[in-house]
Write a protein that binds this ligand. Structure first.
Ligand code: LLP
Length: 419
């Protein structure tokens, strides 16, 4: 359920006509609904209410300060994967004791920053990283709290680029070597091993892969505890899918109900969750304007002012995003490719899509763009990045200015010998 709905054939974001925002702020523009975001977060959080738990929003899904602040105020922690994400989370006022830090390639500078900030946990992905963290913690005279990321070798049945829990993926340590790795970690002087982390992939639409992987991890925790290790945290990662088209992913409640019996077997373990997409995905849209139409002997193209630099998911994963007009009226249905202005054949938002006929100047909403939309955008083709807007009830707020040409070249310089 989201608050992007038609009223008298006009698309609204909560109580604000989307067209008004597009006209006043310009296009392309990302628009988020605060109340949808809150609804998704609260539903997810409530699903785990019977457990001692912490929901850490995956900052990579949407890292705008206003989004992070909204979630933090609602009680969320953050799952970060870089020093930059840590900086954002802290700037948004997130309590560092609610921040968990994942990623296969943390630099020592980033480790130092996170240790000094007092983050709750590092999700460590390899023995080499553990050694590195041990060294940095030693230099600072602190102990780093660690969960090892364990790769349970479970197929999440999702797009290969967003599968992470298979043995051929770069993530985590193999579950078959986990016991030895934990023993080695426990011997490190500046490391305190307190948890197990797993994340098997993203946009998962069945509970089966979650149940299988949680079952394996729960068994591992029992073994580790049997060896005398004080495992206090079970971090289940993110991955719960959303409806882009006609997928029917489990609701947060069904997801929680399916895995809860397994977790209860542990009799006391703080559960951390790292949802990204399911919180912000359907809380955001990308609005674009039709610039031109073009028909070749092969097909029809609708050329819009948003490109793969603004929303790369269709190009990168062949992802489906629903496209709807801002103003609904009777129009013939036609099959078209919706493409951007970028000089790449891969620059499309939809291919072979049957849509009501769009005309020059029309506005369209690309749905389900709140996660991995703006956060994956770039300046490719030297295009200033889009503006971001947050709607709450009957008001809207620009939460990121559209970039301009000056911001494009900020930080670049021409060396003296060229002048
Ligand atoms: N935790 C870890 C360790 C992760 O790697 C991820 C996502 C998450 C949590 C959040 O997963 P979510 O709940 O959002 O599925 N750019 C891709 C998605 C990449 C996900 C990477 N990791 C896309 O646009 O589909």
């Amino acid at each position: 359920m989201n608050f992007f709905q038609y009223q008298d054939n006009e698309l609204y974001a909560e109580q604000v006509p989307v067209k008004q925002i597009a006209d006043e702020v310009g296009t392309p523009v990302y628009i988020y609904s605060y109340n949808t975001l809150m609804r998704h977060f609260k539903a997810f959080d409530a699903a785990f209410a019977s457990l001692d738990h912490l929901v850490c929003f995956a900052v990579k899904a949407n890292s705008n300060l206003a989004i992070l602040k909204s979630l933090a105020q609602a009680g969320a922690g953050m799952d970060i994967v870089s020093g930059g994400e840590l900086y954002r989370a802290l700037a948004a006022g997130v309590n560092p004791e609610k921040i968990v830090y994942a990623g296969v390639g943390k630099t020592q500078t980033e480790m130092e920053y996170a240790l000094k900030s007092g983050v709750l946990l590092f999700n460590v992905e390899s023995q080499a990283e553990l050694q590195s963290l041990n060294q940095v913690a030693g230099q600072l005279g602190v102990k780093a709290r660690v969960a090892l990321r364990v790769n349970p070798d479970v197929d999440p049945q999702t797009h290969p680029y967003i599968s992470t829990g298979l043995k051929e993926n770069k993530f985590g340590i193999s579950i078959n070597q986990a016991i030895q790795e934990y023993q080695a970690a426990a011997r490190l002087e500046n490391i305190q091993v307190v948890g197990v982390h797993k994340h098997i992939g993203s946009q998962i639409t069945e509970v089966g892969p979650f149940v299988d992987s949680v079952g394996k991890i729960v068994d591992l925790i029992k073994q580790l505890r049997g060896m005398g290790l004080d495992i206090q945290y079970l971090n289940l990662g993110g991955g719960l899918g959303i409806t882009y088209d006609d997928e029917t992913p489990p609701s947060p409640e069904n997801f929680a109900q399916a895995i809860m019996p397994l977790i209860n077997e542990l009799g006391g373990c703080k559960v951390i969750l790292e949802p990204g997409r399911v919180i912000a995905g359907n809380a955001g849209i990308l609005v674009a304007r039709v610039m031109y139409k073009k028909t070749t002997p092969a097909k029809g193209f609708v050329i819009v002012d948003a490109g793969m630099n603004d929303l790369i998911r269709p190009s990168l994963y062949g992802a489906y995003h629903k496209i709807i007009p801002l103003h609904k009226e009777k129009r013939p249905e036609v099959e078209v490719d919706v493409v951007g202005p970028i000089c790449e054949t891969g620059d499309f938002l939809a291919q072979k899509r049957t849509l009501p006929e769009f005309r020059r100047g029309d506005l369209m909403a690309v749905m389900s763009a709140g996660s991995y939309g703006f956060s994956m955008s770039s300046n490719y083709n030297s295009r200033p990045r889009a503006a971001e807007v947050l709607v709450c009830d009957d008001k809207y707020y620009v939460i990121r200015q559209r970039e301009n040409f000056e911001t494009l070249i900020q930080g670049e310089s021409v060396p003296g010998f060229l002048q």
